[in-house]
Write a protein of this length. Structure first.
Length: 223
């Protein structure tokens, strides 16, 4: 079994080191590095190339949203998941928009955290309850308030949106769809213009919100 490489970023040493020991007890997980602030998380993600970064949502130095954006920019294959003790949905929406593919409550059971890490490493979006319910309610509310519906993505654009949710690069999208890399870039540019979005992360968030992908997972803490 190929191990999932994990980078832990949390400014609380007791939590960070304790979580590292718990994860190291699972043979499918390998904690490759630990750090205490957002800037270190950016540098370590580029240096160690983990599969998943588990980052405290209130991390110091460079805030988690900015750190997530920079990790997505410099290390696009790395998946970022937030660990939070906050129940405020604003943080959740900002994280997803920034490119996070996981938003997990810190009181999650270890067995469910390991499941979540596995799913996130595979490119799926994982949100812990009750945060998942808040995300659904926000999406429903946002749709109801939209005055002018956006254009509907074509079948090809929908395929590309699904790959953006997985965090694929332009080259990976091109290889998957058997098209030129430049063609993939043009498709993404057209998607952003059509949907009035600013970047790839917003496009991925849009795909999740509009139900164009089915990869969003809700890890039930009672399992």
């Amino acid at each position: 079994m190929e191990q999932i490489k994990v980078l832990l970023a949390d400014d609380k040493e007791i939590f960070r080191e304790g979580l590292a020991r718990l994860l190291d007890e699972h043979e499918q997980i390998k904690v490759v590095s630990r750090c205490s602030n957002g800037k270190q998380a950016i540098d370590k993600a580029e240096e160690t190339e983990p599969d998943v970064v588990l980052m405290d949502s209130n991390i110091l130095d460079c805030d988690s949203i900015r750190a997530t954006r920079q990790i997505n920019g410099s290390s696009p294959k790395v998946k970022v998941a937030m660990l939070t003790d906050s129940k405020h949905e604003e943080n959740l929406f900002s994280a997803i928009e920034a490119g996070a593919t996981g938003y997990l409550a810190k009181d999650i059971k270890v067995v469910d955290l390991v499941k979540s890490i596995d799913l996130i490493a595979k490119g799926e979006v994982v949100v812990s309850p009750p945060l998942a319910g808040k995300l659904v309610r926000k999406v429903t509310s946002t749709k109801a308030k939209e005055a002018e519906p956006k254009e509907i993505p074509s079948d090809r654009e929908t395929e590309i949106l699904k790959l953006l949710v997985k965090g694929d690069t332009n080259k990976e999208i091109a290889e998957t769809l058997f098209i030129a890399e430049n063609t993939a870039k043009v498709h993404i540019k057209n998607i952003l213009e059509k949907l009035q979005l600013r970047n790839r992360q917003q496009a991925a968030a849009y795909a999740v919100q509009e139900g164009l992908v089915t990869e969003v997972r809700d890890i039930d803490k009672s399992s």
